[in-house]
Ligand binder design. Structure first.
Ligand SMILES: [Zn+2]
Length: 258
């Protein structure tokens, strides 16, 4: 899971929260993937192959980029093209325009750049319209965020959008929400998706909310290799515990506010 490939930091002090990777580090990471025993495949193949470990194939890795930043075109795509790697970019469609717009103070791709990249083989998925925490918005708005973003990308590209990326922390502690969202995504015609749940993919994972491994400038070849081998999956239990604590806080605040 990449966000920005650029020299400009997002200001995060702890590596866990950093979302940018410098172009030189990105190139080293792509070389590390080449040197690994993994196959770099389109996201669809990873979603389809959730049980692949059972069939004895080589581990598969898909490369994704959230937020539709323009630095994907400038810094990431030329490297990906050199290695022949597939990639999927998730767009919050409100920030993609005829002219360059910004999101989180970073320039985003324009529709003509999106078309150019799509023609060169890049997959585009939805990252909602306005990039809200969907868990906090009313059902009607949630529906529009999920469907309108898909329809707009499809109309602009003239091809199907199959994938969805959930913005921010995924509320995995709320099974009823996941179930409702999964059925909404299905009804809208999505076929698979990703989340910010940390980890490598297992056969038990939901095809609509696949876990990912966050990667940033702090990942050298060794750390990336360790993450791919499952060495970072323990972070998920910490992540889940934090979500439970936050949920309890929300409930307490709600009770206290009554
Ligand atoms: Zn995002």
């Amino acid at each position: 899971m990449y966000h920005s490939v650029s020299e400009s930091s997002d200001g995060a002090r702890h590596p866990y929260y950093m979302t940018n990777t410098t172009p030189s580090q990105f190139a080293l990471q792509m070389q590390a993937l080449k040197d690994s025993d993994c196959d770099i495949v389109p996201l669809k193949d990873v979603a389809d192959a959730r049980g692949a470990s059972a069939t004895g194939t080589r581990p598969r890795v898909a490369i994704t980029f959230d937020d539709g930043y323009r630095d994907f075109l400038v810094h990431a795509f030329p490297v990906l093209a050199r290695f022949g790697y597939a990639a999927c970019v998730f767009l919050p469609t409100r920030y993609v325009g005829e002219r360059t717009q910004t999101f989180n103070d970073r320039p985003c791709l324009t529709w003509s750049e999106v078309r150019e990249l799509h023609a060169a083989g890049v997959e585009f998925g939805s990252h909602t319209v306005t990039h809200p925490q969907l868990y906090d918005v009313p059902a009607q708005i949630l529906g529009a965020e999920v469907l309108d973003s898909k329809l707009e990308i499809e109309q602009r590209l003239g091809s199907e959008v199959a994938s969805f990326s959930y913005p921010y922390a995924f509320p995995e502690h709320d099974a009823a929400f996941s179930k409702r969202l999964r059925s909404l995504l299905k009804r809208c015609g999505y076929r698979y998706g990703v989340s910010t749940i940390v980890g490598t993919i297992t056969p038990a994972d939901d095809a609509y909310f696949l876990p990912r491994l966050p990667v940033n400038l702090k990942d050298d070849a060794k750390l990336l290799e360790a993450k791919l081998a499952g060495g970072y999956d323990w972070v998920h239990s910490v992540q889940l515990a934090t979500k439970h604590v936050k949920q309890t806080h929300r409930r307490l605040k709600w009770v206290a506010g009554r």
